[in-house]
Write a protein that binds this ligand. Structure first.
Ligand code: ATP
Ligand code: MG
Length: 151
């Protein structure tokens, strides 16, 4: 079904404002209003929610998180960018696997099951979309979700 994507993203981001504030993190939104995607609103809310949860959880205090929505050909493109610790080359292909967590004191301490990205990957796939994670150790992380536009 047709969904105004910017509105959906905004609503999810609003729910994260409190936990972001607790880490002095600003959620910087840059959302193009006109974008309509074809999908299930509950599932797509879960995608945005899992990604924001990660960005806020793994990013350091005081660094902003950028949420960008644009259009590219027949796709809506959502980017969630943080300035956190990043993910190494070796771990990057594995983080979308179920229960995989980067084996570090930091992620053990941060508690979580390692399912968030696996769920995101499945939902995006079901929507005929694409998931890309651009990340480097120490260089922050940008998660890019492409979803077909409604037509
Ligand atoms: P859950 O989401 O189930 O509560 P989780 O966050 O550990 O647990 P995923 O969301 O699947 O699980 O992420 C897998 C692992 O990828 C994380 O444990 C973390 O090590 C790494 N990771 C995910 N997002 C980021 C990020 N934005 N920055 C740095 N590392 C990340
Ligand atoms: Mg997670």
């Amino acid at each position: 079904e047709p969904l105004p994507f910017a509105q959906l993203i905004s609503e999810v981001a609003d729910r994260f404002e409190l936990s972001a504030q607790q880490k002095a993190i600003q959620l910087v939104r840059n959302l193009y209003d006109e974008i309509i995607v074809n999908g299930d609103s509950d599932r797509l809310e879960q995608v945005v929610s899992n990604l924001l949860d990660n960005a806020i959880r793994y990013a350091p205090k005081g660094k902003p998180i950028r949420i960008i929505l644009t259009e590219e050909g027949p796709f809506a493109v959502l980017m969630i960018q943080d300035f956190g610790p990043g993910i190494s080359k070796e771990d990057l292909p594995k983080v979308v696997e179920r229960f995989y967590r980067v084996d570090r004191a930091r992620s053990r301490k941060e508690g979580g099951t390692g399912l968030g990205l696996a769920i995101v990957f499945q939902i995006v796939k079901k929507h005929y979309g694409e998931l890309n994670i651009e990340s480097e150790e120490g260089g922050g992380t940008t998660v890019v979700v492409k979803l077909p536009l409604f037509e």
